[in-house]
Design a protein around this ligand. Structure first.
Ligand code: DC
Length: 220
């Protein structure tokens, strides 16, 4: 099943989601953004006001939530939580601020890893996240680690989410990205790190087209 996977990992706001989705379109295969799965769990935690240190409550939440990847009305492969497609709800400042601690919980990672592996059983896919090449598909056919300088990443996040961040300064955004990287890299389970066999893609000085072309060239 790993042979079906092109894994794209990297830190927050490195541009990897845009690159991964364009690459998938170029190859005419589905694109799966695993960050949105962690965000969906975080959204449910916030909605139900669950204390994430309460193991029993977290277990109940995970057992009762129906998280699926399926075609939406437009035919795009999208994430649905209990039958409802989620989008803007996943990128609020509240979800941004709480997703890293939620993603550090082993029980949450186990549940999402199973879902992620099941998606690659029947088809070739581009899957993007933090631990796709290191943990979810260690034998992935292709592994890329996409990154960019902290300044470029803060600017990209600002451009991408102008509304949610309307009152925030570039500095604040850079700080919140750095904090998320720190939690993601220091967690004991599946930390964010470049695998030895992943190809490093520094997109600081490349636009989306150039980055996609760089990756596609290696795959070809
Ligand atoms: O890619 P993103 O910013 O939407 O990811 C949101 C959070 O989810 C990020 O802080 C780390 C976590 N994440 C993870 O731990 N493992 C993944 N495979 C994808 C995301």
């Amino acid at each position: 099943m790993s042979a079906n996977v092109i894994a794209i990992d990297g830190p927050a706001a490195s541009g990897k989601s845009t690159v991964a989705s364009h690459l998938a379109r170029l190859l005419s295969i589905p694109y799966v953004n695993t960050g949105s799965m962690y965000r969906a769990v975080t959204y449910a935690v916030l909605q139900q006001k669950i204390d994430i240190s309460d193991e029993a409550a977290m277990k109940e939440l995970l057992n009762n939530m129906q998280l699926e990847y399926k075609a939406d009305e437009a035919g795009n492969f999208s994430l649905s939580l209990n039958g409802v497609f989620l989008k803007d709800e996943l990128v609020t400042p509240e979800v941004n601020a709480n997703v890293s601690p939620v993603a550090a919980i082993p029980m949450v990672r186990e549940k999402l890893k199973k879902l992620q592996r099941s998606l690659a059983e029947k088809q070739r896919i581009v899957m993007e996240g933090r631990d796709i090449g290191s943990v979810v598909f260690p034998d992935a056919a292709w592994k890329f680690f996409v990154t960019a300088s902290p300044e470029v990443r803060a600017k990209r996040r600002l451009d991408q989410s102008r509304e949610s961040y309307s009152s925030a300064t570039l500095e604040e955004i850079a700080r919140s990205i750095a904090e998320r990287d720190r939690i993601d890299s220091e967690r004991p389970v599946a930390p964010l790190k470049q695998c030895e066999d992943a190809i490093l893609v520094d997109s600081s000085n490349m636009n989306v087209e150039e980055t996609v072309a760089f990756i596609a060239e290696r795959i070809r």
